[in-house]
Ligand binder design. Structure first.
Ligand code: FPP
Length: 254
Protein backbone atom coordinates (compact mmCIF):
# COMPACT_ATOMS: atom_id res chain seq x y z
CA UNK A 1 0.00 0.00 0.00
CA UNK A 2 2.83 2.34 0.96
CA UNK A 3 4.58 1.33 -2.27
CA UNK A 4 1.45 2.14 -4.23
CA UNK A 5 1.22 5.55 -2.53
CA UNK A 6 4.90 6.22 -3.36
CA UNK A 7 4.34 5.24 -6.97
CA UNK A 8 1.29 7.48 -7.25
CA UNK A 9 3.12 10.44 -5.77
CA UNK A 10 6.08 9.87 -8.13
CA UNK A 11 3.72 9.78 -11.10
CA UNK A 12 2.09 13.00 -9.96
CA UNK A 13 5.54 14.56 -9.58
CA UNK A 14 6.50 13.70 -13.13
CA UNK A 15 3.20 14.99 -14.49
CA UNK A 16 3.15 18.41 -12.85
CA UNK A 17 5.05 21.16 -14.66
CA UNK A 18 7.56 22.68 -12.26
CA UNK A 19 9.75 24.60 -14.67
CA UNK A 20 8.36 26.46 -17.68
CA UNK A 21 10.48 28.18 -20.33
CA UNK A 22 8.93 30.74 -22.69
CA UNK A 23 10.03 32.36 -25.95
CA UNK A 24 8.03 35.62 -25.84
CA UNK A 25 7.51 36.29 -29.54
CA UNK A 26 5.09 38.64 -31.28
CA UNK A 27 5.63 42.05 -29.68
CA UNK A 28 6.44 43.72 -33.01
CA UNK A 29 3.38 42.31 -34.79
CA UNK A 30 1.15 43.23 -31.85
CA UNK A 31 2.34 46.85 -32.19
CA UNK A 32 2.00 46.81 -35.99
CA UNK A 33 -1.61 45.62 -35.76
CA UNK A 34 -2.29 48.77 -33.71
CA UNK A 35 -0.18 51.03 -35.92
CA UNK A 36 2.14 51.65 -32.99
CA UNK A 37 5.97 51.66 -32.99
CA UNK A 38 7.63 48.29 -32.22
CA UNK A 39 8.71 49.62 -28.85
CA UNK A 40 5.06 49.88 -27.76
CA UNK A 41 4.87 46.13 -28.35
CA UNK A 42 7.89 45.51 -26.11
CA UNK A 43 6.31 47.72 -23.41
CA UNK A 44 3.12 45.69 -23.62
CA UNK A 45 5.37 42.62 -23.46
CA UNK A 46 6.65 43.71 -20.04
CA UNK A 47 3.04 43.80 -18.78
CA UNK A 48 2.53 40.27 -20.10
CA UNK A 49 5.67 39.21 -18.21
CA UNK A 50 4.20 40.62 -15.00
CA UNK A 51 0.87 38.79 -15.55
CA UNK A 52 2.68 35.55 -16.35
CA UNK A 53 4.75 35.75 -13.17
CA UNK A 54 1.53 36.20 -11.15
CA UNK A 55 -0.05 33.26 -12.96
CA UNK A 56 2.95 31.03 -12.28
CA UNK A 57 2.83 31.86 -8.58
CA UNK A 58 -0.87 30.94 -8.55
CA UNK A 59 -0.30 27.72 -10.49
CA UNK A 60 2.48 26.63 -8.14
CA UNK A 61 5.18 26.70 -10.84
CA UNK A 62 8.64 26.66 -9.22
CA UNK A 63 10.77 28.13 -12.04
CA UNK A 64 9.91 30.38 -15.00
CA UNK A 65 12.64 31.00 -17.58
CA UNK A 66 11.97 33.77 -20.12
CA UNK A 67 13.87 34.55 -23.34
CA UNK A 68 14.04 38.37 -23.35
CA UNK A 69 16.96 39.04 -25.71
CA UNK A 70 18.94 36.58 -27.82
CA UNK A 71 22.57 36.65 -28.97
CA UNK A 72 21.12 37.21 -32.46
CA UNK A 73 18.92 40.16 -31.37
CA UNK A 74 22.06 42.36 -31.33
CA UNK A 75 21.59 42.42 -35.11
CA UNK A 76 18.32 44.42 -34.82
CA UNK A 77 18.29 48.15 -35.64
CA UNK A 78 20.45 50.07 -33.12
CA UNK A 79 17.51 52.17 -31.92
CA UNK A 80 15.41 49.08 -31.09
CA UNK A 81 18.34 47.46 -29.25
CA UNK A 82 19.05 50.60 -27.22
CA UNK A 83 15.39 51.05 -26.31
CA UNK A 84 15.16 47.41 -25.25
CA UNK A 85 18.21 47.77 -22.97
CA UNK A 86 16.66 50.89 -21.40
CA UNK A 87 13.35 49.04 -21.02
CA UNK A 88 15.09 46.17 -19.19
CA UNK A 89 16.74 48.61 -16.75
CA UNK A 90 13.43 50.42 -16.14
CA UNK A 91 11.43 47.21 -15.76
CA UNK A 92 13.90 45.75 -13.24
CA UNK A 93 14.12 49.01 -11.32
CA UNK A 94 10.34 49.33 -11.08
CA UNK A 95 9.26 45.73 -10.63
CA UNK A 96 11.95 44.00 -8.59
CA UNK A 97 10.94 45.48 -5.20
CA UNK A 98 7.41 44.21 -5.82
CA UNK A 99 8.65 40.80 -6.99
CA UNK A 100 10.82 40.65 -3.89
CA UNK A 101 7.78 41.19 -1.66
CA UNK A 102 6.03 38.34 -3.46
CA UNK A 103 8.92 35.98 -2.73
CA UNK A 104 10.26 35.84 -6.29
CA UNK A 105 13.96 35.16 -6.78
CA UNK A 106 15.42 36.70 -9.93
CA UNK A 107 18.39 35.37 -11.88
CA UNK A 108 19.67 36.64 -15.22
CA UNK A 109 21.45 34.24 -17.57
CA UNK A 110 23.41 35.15 -20.70
CA UNK A 111 26.61 36.89 -21.72
CA UNK A 112 26.83 39.85 -19.32
CA UNK A 113 30.02 41.06 -20.96
CA UNK A 114 27.88 42.22 -23.88
CA UNK A 115 25.46 44.28 -21.74
CA UNK A 116 25.61 48.00 -20.93
CA UNK A 117 27.12 48.81 -17.51
CA UNK A 118 23.90 50.33 -16.08
CA UNK A 119 21.97 47.13 -16.91
CA UNK A 120 24.67 44.95 -15.33
CA UNK A 121 24.51 47.08 -12.16
CA UNK A 122 20.71 46.78 -12.08
CA UNK A 123 20.93 43.00 -12.61
CA UNK A 124 23.46 42.57 -9.79
CA UNK A 125 21.34 44.66 -7.40
CA UNK A 126 18.15 42.77 -8.35
CA UNK A 127 19.78 39.38 -7.90
CA UNK A 128 21.24 40.39 -4.52
CA UNK A 129 17.89 41.77 -3.29
CA UNK A 130 15.94 38.63 -4.18
CA UNK A 131 18.58 35.95 -3.53
CA UNK A 132 16.86 34.49 -0.45
CA UNK A 133 13.39 34.12 -2.01
CA UNK A 134 11.90 30.71 -2.70
CA UNK A 135 8.33 31.07 -3.94
CA UNK A 136 9.15 31.34 -7.65
CA UNK A 137 12.52 31.41 -9.38
CA UNK A 138 12.29 33.83 -12.31
CA UNK A 139 15.16 33.35 -14.75
CA UNK A 140 15.49 35.91 -17.54
CA UNK A 141 17.76 35.18 -20.49
CA UNK A 142 19.39 38.35 -21.85
CA UNK A 143 22.15 38.34 -24.51
CA UNK A 144 21.67 34.58 -24.37
CA UNK A 145 22.13 31.92 -27.04
CA UNK A 146 21.99 28.16 -26.59
CA UNK A 147 25.11 27.66 -28.71
CA UNK A 148 26.98 30.34 -26.75
CA UNK A 149 25.92 28.58 -23.53
CA UNK A 150 27.36 25.23 -24.68
CA UNK A 151 30.59 26.81 -25.97
CA UNK A 152 30.94 28.74 -22.70
CA UNK A 153 30.53 25.52 -20.71
CA UNK A 154 33.10 23.75 -22.92
CA UNK A 155 35.59 26.58 -22.36
CA UNK A 156 35.23 26.12 -18.60
CA UNK A 157 35.99 22.39 -18.90
CA UNK A 158 38.88 23.07 -21.29
CA UNK A 159 40.40 25.47 -18.75
CA UNK A 160 40.16 22.79 -16.05
CA UNK A 161 41.91 20.31 -18.36
CA UNK A 162 44.61 22.88 -19.26
CA UNK A 163 45.17 23.55 -15.54
CA UNK A 164 45.58 19.83 -14.88
CA UNK A 165 42.45 19.69 -12.67
CA UNK A 166 40.51 17.36 -14.96
CA UNK A 167 41.36 14.53 -17.36
CA UNK A 168 39.70 14.54 -20.78
CA UNK A 169 38.32 11.07 -19.99
CA UNK A 170 36.53 12.52 -16.96
CA UNK A 171 34.42 14.83 -19.12
CA UNK A 172 30.84 13.58 -19.17
CA UNK A 173 27.30 14.92 -19.48
CA UNK A 174 27.05 15.72 -15.78
CA UNK A 175 30.23 17.82 -15.79
CA UNK A 176 29.12 19.74 -18.86
CA UNK A 177 25.56 20.20 -17.52
CA UNK A 178 27.02 21.67 -14.32
CA UNK A 179 28.54 24.50 -16.39
CA UNK A 180 25.41 25.26 -18.44
CA UNK A 181 23.65 28.48 -17.41
CA UNK A 182 20.56 26.63 -16.12
CA UNK A 183 22.62 24.23 -13.99
CA UNK A 184 20.92 25.50 -10.82
CA UNK A 185 17.24 25.39 -11.80
CA UNK A 186 17.68 22.39 -14.10
CA UNK A 187 15.85 21.51 -17.31
CA UNK A 188 12.41 22.94 -18.14
CA UNK A 189 9.47 20.52 -18.15
CA UNK A 190 7.49 22.63 -20.57
CA UNK A 191 8.56 25.02 -23.34
CA UNK A 192 6.08 27.55 -24.73
CA UNK A 193 6.64 29.80 -27.73
CA UNK A 194 4.08 32.47 -28.56
CA UNK A 195 3.78 34.32 -31.87
CA UNK A 196 2.91 31.48 -34.26
CA UNK A 197 6.35 30.12 -35.22
CA UNK A 198 7.33 26.54 -34.37
CA UNK A 199 11.03 26.77 -33.63
CA UNK A 200 13.46 26.88 -30.72
CA UNK A 201 15.54 29.84 -32.04
CA UNK A 202 18.75 28.95 -30.18
CA UNK A 203 17.10 28.94 -26.73
CA UNK A 204 18.36 26.49 -24.05
CA UNK A 205 19.64 23.95 -26.59
CA UNK A 206 21.22 21.74 -23.94
CA UNK A 207 18.30 21.87 -21.53
CA UNK A 208 15.39 21.26 -23.91
CA UNK A 209 16.46 17.70 -24.82
CA UNK A 210 13.41 16.12 -23.12
CA UNK A 211 11.20 19.16 -22.61
CA UNK A 212 7.60 19.06 -23.83
CA UNK A 213 7.05 21.70 -26.54
CA UNK A 214 3.98 23.91 -27.03
CA UNK A 215 3.59 26.49 -29.80
CA UNK A 216 0.89 29.14 -29.52
CA UNK A 217 -0.43 31.56 -32.16
CA UNK A 218 -1.09 34.19 -29.49
CA UNK A 219 1.14 37.27 -29.74
CA UNK A 220 3.10 37.65 -26.50
CA UNK A 221 1.40 40.87 -25.28
CA UNK A 222 -1.97 39.05 -25.56
CA UNK A 223 -0.81 35.99 -23.58
CA UNK A 224 -3.12 35.56 -20.60
CA UNK A 225 -3.31 33.48 -17.45
CA UNK A 226 -6.16 31.34 -18.87
CA UNK A 227 -4.01 30.17 -21.79
CA UNK A 228 -1.08 29.39 -19.51
CA UNK A 229 -3.36 27.43 -17.17
CA UNK A 230 -4.74 25.46 -20.14
CA UNK A 231 -1.25 24.63 -21.45
CA UNK A 232 -0.07 23.58 -17.98
CA UNK A 233 -3.22 21.46 -17.63
CA UNK A 234 -2.55 19.83 -21.02
CA UNK A 235 1.02 19.05 -19.96
CA UNK A 236 -0.34 16.84 -17.17
CA UNK A 237 -1.84 14.53 -19.78
CA UNK A 238 1.48 13.94 -21.54
CA UNK A 239 3.46 10.80 -20.87
CA UNK A 240 7.16 11.66 -20.55
CA UNK A 241 9.15 8.54 -21.32
CA UNK A 242 12.73 9.91 -21.42
CA UNK A 243 13.61 7.24 -23.97
CA UNK A 244 12.01 4.38 -22.01
CA UNK A 245 8.88 2.37 -22.84
CA UNK A 246 5.41 3.35 -21.71
CA UNK A 247 5.25 0.23 -19.47
CA UNK A 248 8.52 1.15 -17.77
CA UNK A 249 7.31 4.66 -17.02
CA UNK A 250 3.82 3.77 -15.79
CA UNK A 251 4.74 0.47 -14.15
CA UNK A 252 1.76 -1.03 -16.02
CA UNK A 253 3.08 -4.30 -17.46
CA UNK A 254 -0.35 -5.81 -18.12
C1 FPP B 1 10.27 39.13 -29.58
O1 FPP B 1 9.19 39.73 -30.27
C2 FPP B 1 10.51 39.87 -28.36
C3 FPP B 1 11.71 40.43 -28.00
C4 FPP B 1 12.93 40.30 -28.81
C5 FPP B 1 11.84 41.19 -26.74
C6 FPP B 1 11.15 40.52 -25.59
C7 FPP B 1 11.17 41.44 -24.45
C8 FPP B 1 10.11 41.65 -23.63
C9 FPP B 1 8.84 40.92 -23.74
C10 FPP B 1 10.28 42.55 -22.52
C11 FPP B 1 10.64 41.69 -21.34
C12 FPP B 1 11.14 42.49 -20.24
C13 FPP B 1 11.67 41.95 -19.14
C14 FPP B 1 12.17 42.80 -18.05
C15 FPP B 1 11.79 40.48 -18.98
P1 FPP B 1 9.49 40.39 -31.67
O2 FPP B 1 9.94 41.78 -31.45
O3 FPP B 1 10.46 39.54 -32.44
O4 FPP B 1 8.06 40.35 -32.31
P2 FPP B 1 7.73 40.13 -33.86
O5 FPP B 1 8.20 38.74 -34.21
O6 FPP B 1 6.23 40.26 -33.90
O7 FPP B 1 8.42 41.20 -34.64
Amino acid sequence: MADQADKTSQQQDTMAARHIAIVMDGNGRWAKQRMLPRHAGHRAGVKAVRRTVEACVELGIRTLTLFAFSSENWGRPTEEVQKLMTLFVEALNKQVPELNEQGVRLTIIGDREQLPADLVRQIEASEAMTAGNERLHLVIAVAYGGRWDIVNACKGLARQVADGELAVEEIDENRLAARIQLAGPGDPDLFIRTGGDSRISNFLLWNLAYTELHFSDTLWPDFEQQELAAVVGGFQGRERRFGKTSAQVTGDHA
